[in-house]
Design a binder for this molecule. Structure first.
Ligand code: GCU
Length: 620
């Protein structure tokens, strides 16, 4: 009766197998219900099949197909789609009567790309979680050609898939990234799927606490970019440090053979340089020319042509020299004073992303009389940086190393260096970018000091042509004296200090009695400001009035101190325009930080005129 015994055993085995098969999705489902421990978002995804590569630069000059527009989306607040239960990234559709998948995409639920997801639908206003974006496209790629998908930015983490295969992931909400699609394209329809998660993370950059709105999503342009098999990946065509006519740059060719000819031309100056790539694809480019130097007064740009046998790219580049001499900042060898203003990447209560947005924001800075804009607290979109080149506005660009960074985290240094490299890589040919900011208000301690000192050196290796800065906490008063004692000063070219004397801390002395102790380097007051709700008026000495008169008096008092600092090389009021911040909850704030010289609608507060007059009349 062995058979029967077998059949009994077999029946038990079969029942067990069915139970396990049924149980498995339920187990996965149970996992899918659990709250989203951050490491799960990382580990649950399949290994990457695609090839991440250093982002292509100078996209405007390349063969591009924009993927901007409406993308199908699936809102996934708990990131439940990542795990094996749903595995949304497989992008499957039922093919039999018994199959079903608890996800789906169609054109009835879409979001605009670029654009944050929080402000496109009321139910997403406060979302900190996951949204799946899906875009189908067809692409005929010719023989010997390559195709990349390039993202201008996605906040905070993105996982990218093509036709159900993972291309890779990117962390960081404000720098470009790309993946190669060449060998993964299929005939007919291709389906690009992007999981974007904007959780704030303990090991994030920024970390979990910051004073701006955590806009999530595909917040910047998305493009398909086609290149030849061997393509010009990146180049630096800039004046050598301390020179006003010598260019010492390089061109990086990817996918090529050594000793490829590279030509760099500046037709207006009759420059025509021929050079060759080395074994790593780098070609050194050196030449001299009598440039009309770029400056805020004369933002001269030259048409540059970079070409190889397979490709030719053009770009407008400005040539100028930045240096520090003692406690002075020199632009083209002459002392420079930075009439600045701070700016968040926000307009009309949403994440700014377009050329039109950039024009509105920088035009406001221009009307204030500024020659300098600090792009707080993260790299802004490329449209704005390129526009600053054309308008003649100097920029401070920074990575979001903001209060609360976990410098003890084992992966932090690599993350900081990657973000810095992505920021520098994108904008290394922009004359407007003068300063690379490596931190904002980080408290001195051995791990932070070591990390940021190394980061400053890394910035100089990446780009020796610009100055390295950071915005430090303000020192406390010792009687009348203010001493900047942060160890990081030794690693910086220009020292930024954020001080709010007269707002967060009442003046302990009269402003003109304050004495700043020199430290042998240029000082920028990188933030100073007070809050007022536009249209609200009252006593100029009552901080809790949230009125314009108080804010204006704040600036009058500040200038009485600032005008007496002999090594002050720039001032940067915090902030051009009121901006959204969920930590600003007073009724007059109503979710906005109201230190703007302008309201969020661009209305000028009384304080605006104080700064405008200072910038115009002081002939700085
Ligand atoms: C800090 C910080 C800003 C913040 C500002 C403020 O200095 O750098 O991000 O918005 O103060 O308190 O308004």
């Amino acid at each position: 009766m062995a058979i029967r015994a077998d059949s009994k055993k077999m029946r038990f085995a079969r029942r067990l197998a069915i139970a396990l098969l049924t149980l498995q999705p339920l187990l996965a489902k149970a996992q899918g219900y659990t709250a989203r421990p951050q490491e799960r978002v990382r580990e649950a995804l399949p290994a990457a099949a695609g090839v991440a590569s250093a982002p292509l630069t100078n996209l405007p000059a390349r063969k591009r197909h924009s993927l901007n527009g409406k993308w199908q989306v699936l809102v996934d607040p708990y990131a439940s789609g990542i795990g094996d239960w749903k595995a949304v990234w497989k992008d499957r559709t039922a093919e039999s009567k018994t199959e079903f998948y608890e996800y789906g995409f169609d054109d009835t639920i879409t979001l605009d790309v670029p654009g944050d997801f929080n402000t496109q639908r009321r139910d997403l206003t406060w979302l900190e979680g996951s949204v799946w974006y899906r875009k189908a496209f067809r692409y005929e790629l010719g023989e010997g050609r390559r195709l990349f998908v390039h993202f201008g930015g996605a906040n905070y983490r993105a996982d990218v898939f093509l036709n159900g295969k993972k291309l890779g992931s990117h962390e960081g909400g404000f720098t470009p990234f790309q993946f190669e699609l060449t060998d993964l394209l299929q005939d007919g329809e291709n389906r690009l799927l992007v999981h974007v998660n904007n959780d704030r993370r303990k090991d994030g950059v920024p970390a979990q606490g910051f004073d701006w709105f955590n806009y999530g999503g595909l917040t910047r342009d998305v493009d398909l970019v086609e290149t030849p098999r061997s393509y010009i990946q990146d180049y630096s065509i800039q004046l050598a440090p301390d020179s006003l006519q010598h260019v010492d740059g390089w061109v990086k060719v990817a996918g090529g053979t050594p000793r490829q000819q590279v030509t760099v031309r500046v037709p207006e100056l009759k420059v025509d340089v021929r050079t060759q790539t080395d074994a790593d694809g780098y070609a050194r480019v050196r030449f001299d020319a009598q440039f009309a130097l770029w400056s805020p007064e004369q933002p001269k740009l030259y048409r540059i042509e970079v070409s190889t046998r397979d490709e030719a790219l053009e770009e407008d580049i400005g040539f100028r020299s930045l240096a520090v001499r003692g406690d002075e900042i020199l632009l083209n060898g002459k002392p420079l004073f930075l009439r600045g203003v701070n700016l968040h990447e926000e307009i009309d209560g949403r994440r700014a992303h377009s050329e039109a947005d950039a024009k509105r924001l920088l035009e406001q800075a221009r009307q204030l009389g500024a020659n300098f804009v600090r792009l707080a607290h993260y790299p802004h979109n490329e449209h704005l940086v390129r526009l600053a080149d054309r308008m003649g506005l100097l920029l401070w660009q920074e990575i979001p190393v903001y209060q609360g960074i976990d410098f003890a985290d084992a992966g932090m240094q690599a993350k900081l260096e990657t973000m810095l490299a992505e920021m520098v890589g994108r904008d290394r040919n922009r004359a407007a970018v003068a300063l690379w900011g490596i931190a904002n208000e980080t408290s001195p301690n051995p791990q932070r000091d070591t990390a940021l000192s190394a980061l400053a050196q890394h910035a100089r290796r990446l780009d020796p042509t610009r100055l390295v800065s950071a915005a430090l906490y303000a020192p406390g008063f010792d009687a009348h004296t203010l001493t900047v004692a942060d160890p990081l000063v030794a690693s910086l070219d220009v020292v930024g200090v954020n001080e709010y004397f007269g707002w967060y801390t009442p003046w302990p002395v009269e402003p003109e009695q304050a004495v700043w102790k020199p430290f042998g380097k240029p000082l920028l007051i990188s933030e100073f400001g007070a809050e007022a709700r536009y249209g609200n008026h009252g006593a100029d000495d009552v901080a809790s009035g949230w009125n314009e008169e108080f804010q204006a008096e704040f600036y009058r008092k500040q200038l009485r101190m600032l005008e007496r600092i002999p090594f002050l090389r720039g001032v940067v009021p915090w902030v051009l325009m009121d901006f959204r911040s969920p930590v600003r909850i007073h009724p007059f704030q109503a979710g906005y930080n109201r230190k703007g010289l302008l309201s969020e609608r661009g209305e000028r507060k009384l304080a605006w005129q104080i700064i405008r007059d200072y910038y115009v009349e002081a002939k700085l």
